[in-house]
Write a protein that binds this ligand. Structure first.
Ligand SMILES: NC(=O)CC[C@H](N)C(=O)O
Length: 200
C-alpha cells in the first residue's frame, strides 16, 4: 500500500498546523496550500475545520475555487473535516447564499446542527476500517449529515441529543469527510484510513 507523495493542507483559515504534524507522524510530506500553484503541486488535499463561510470566501479571493473544483472533478483525493466537510458537500441546507460548496461527494449537510450539543461534545467512535480502540472524536459546532446518497459509505455514526443516529464519517471514492476534528487528539488513524485509499 502506498500513500500519496505530497499531501496539501488548505491553509486559508482554520486549523492546518495539527493536520500537518499528523501527516508528518505518518511519514508523509504535508505542505500548506494557499495558492493555485501550491494546489497544482499536491497529490491529495486536506480541508481542515474552521469557518466554512470564511474559507469559501478566501477560496474565491485566492483564485483557488476554480482550480480546486477542477482537481476534485479529476479525482484528486480529499479529506474534509468539519468546515472542510461542509465545503466538500453536494448541498449545504443553511449556508450563506454566497457560500460555495464543491460538490465532491453526495451528502447534504446542515451547519451547527447537533441540537443541544451544538457548541461542542466528544464521543468515542467505532469507525469501519479502523482497528483497535474506539476513535476519540471532538466535535466543535459540528455539521450534521442530513442525507447521504446511495454511493456514499457511512463509516461511523453518532446519536444526536434527540437519539437520532447521524453519519459523522463518510466516504465516496477518494473523498472522505468527518464532522469532527481528528487533528486535535493526536491520533493519526483517520488520516491513515484516508491515505490508504488515496494512494491506491
Ligand atoms: N469546527 C468547525 O469547523 C465548525 C464549522 C463551522 N460551524 C462552519 O459552519 O463552518
Amino acid at each position: 500500500m502506498t500513500y500519496p507523495k505530497t499531501v496539501g493542507v488548505l491553509a486559508l483559515q482554520g486549523d492546518s498546523r495539527n493536520h500537518l504534524s499528523l501527516l508528518a507522524d505518518l511519514g508523509v510530506t504535508g505542505v500548506p496550500v494557499r495558492t493555485p500553484e501550491q494546489l497544482e503541486a499536491v497529490d491529495a488535499l486536506v480541508l481542515p475545520g474552521g469557518e466554512s463561510t470564511a474559507i469559501s470566501l478566501l477560496l474565491e479571493t485566492s483564485g483557488m475555487l476554480g482550480p480546486l473544483r477542477a482537481r476534485l472533478a479529476e479525482g484528486m483525493p480529499a479529506l474534509g473535516t468539519c468546515a472542510g466537510m461542509i465545503l466538500l458537500a453536494r448541498e449545504v441546507t443553511d449556508g450563506r447564499p454566497d457560500q460555495h460548496h464543491l460538490d465532491a461527494l453526495d451528502i447534504v449537510v446542515r451547519r451547527n446542527a447537533f441540537g443541544r450539543q451544538v457548541d461542542s461534545f466528544e464521543a468515542d467512535l467505532d469507525v469501519r476500517g479502523i482497528d483497535g480502540p474506539p476513535l476519540h472524536a471532538v466535535f466543535i459546532r459540528a455539521p450534521i449529515v442530513e442525507n447521504a446518497g446511495d454511493g456514499v459509505e457511512v463509516l461511523a455514526s453518532v446519536a444526536r441529543a434527540d437519539g437520532a443516529e447521524r453519519p459523522v464519517v463518510c466516504r465516496e471514492g477518494p473523498v472522505m469527510v468527518a464532522a469532527f476534528h481528528p487533528e486535535l487528539t493526536g491520533d493519526p488513524r483517520l488520516h491513515q484510513l484516508f491515505l490508504e485509499r488515496a494512494g491506491d
